[in-house]
Design a protein around this ligand. Structure first.
Ligand code: HPA
Length: 240
């Protein structure tokens, strides 16, 4: 079983597969959103829309623990996530995809571990699964659109966008893209020993990287334009 955690604008992946059932799981951390169990050719897939269908759940209110735990309960061994991001680098343009290989965590108030009752220190020398990242990159060769290998994902608490000073700092300390949903998801998956990789979809230049103001409408517009490519990329990665 492969889990897919769909970010902003990625709900129609369900149409690519054969829908077996849709279910809500009760986890020790609360209910999951409705998860679609699909078949992509011979591969079973569990699709979980991170923001719930209709996007009514903002990044800082997502129950990341319930989401990851529910995928584990379903038997997912690997997770492909999608994350909308702003670019910190002029050469990485809106509409491009990036597969991160490291992160900087600037979240503030999210439950970030499954282990409050014992000392578990997971190794995050390679926070994203290199094998799964490679599978996605190979699949990307068959899909239109530029796909960048590697980069540092900066996660902010949101829901506001960043200030120019924050973006300057993120650039100076090595960030490549910035989003609000990548953490603690990647760490929680690692704590449950699942192989996790992310497809970041660049929807805009981060604040002050270009002179334009950022609007959520613009973010949705690019995601809408790119959702076919993204869906194909996920599908090809799953069936590889
Ligand atoms: N900042 C944070 N999160 C985002 C952005 C951004 O510029 N674009 C899409 N998600």
């Amino acid at each position: 079983m492969i889990g897919i955690v769909g970010g902003t604008g990625v709900y129609q992946i369900v149409e690519m597969g054969e829908l077996k059932e849709k279910k809500v799981l009760n986890t020790p951390f609360g209910e999951s959103p409705p998860i679609s169990i699909l078949k992509f050719e011979d591969q079973e897939v569990a699709f979980l829309p991170r923001h719930r269908e209709g996007h009514d759940n903002p990044p800082h209110m997502i129950n990341y623990q319930a989401n990851i735990y529910a995928l584990k309960m379903l038997g997912a061994e690997a997770i492909i996530a999608t994350n909308a991001v702003g670019s910190l680098d002029e050469s990485i343009k809106p509409g491009e995809f990036l597969i991160p290989d490291d992160f900087l965590d600037f979240t503030r108030k999210r439950p970030f571990t499954f282990y409050d009752d014992r000392a578990v220190h997971v190794d995050v020398t390679q926070p994203y699964c290199p094998q799964l990242a490679e599978t996605i990159i190979s699949a990307g060769r068959k899909v239109d659109g530029k796909l960048i290998k590697g980069g540092v994902y900066v996660c902010t608490e949101g829901p506001r966008f960043e200030t120019p000073a924050e973006i300057r700092m993120f650039r100076q300390i090595g960030g490549t893209v910035v989003g609000m949903t990548g953490l603690p998801e990647v760490v929680l998956a690692r704590e449950l020993e699942m192989c996790y990789a992310s497809i970041c979809m660049v929807s805009n230049y981060a604040a002050s990287v270009s002179s334009e103001k950022i609007t959520i409408d613009e973010v949705f517009e690019i995601l809408d334009e790119k959702k076919k490519e993204l869906t194909k990329l996920i599908y090809n990665s799953v069936i590889n």
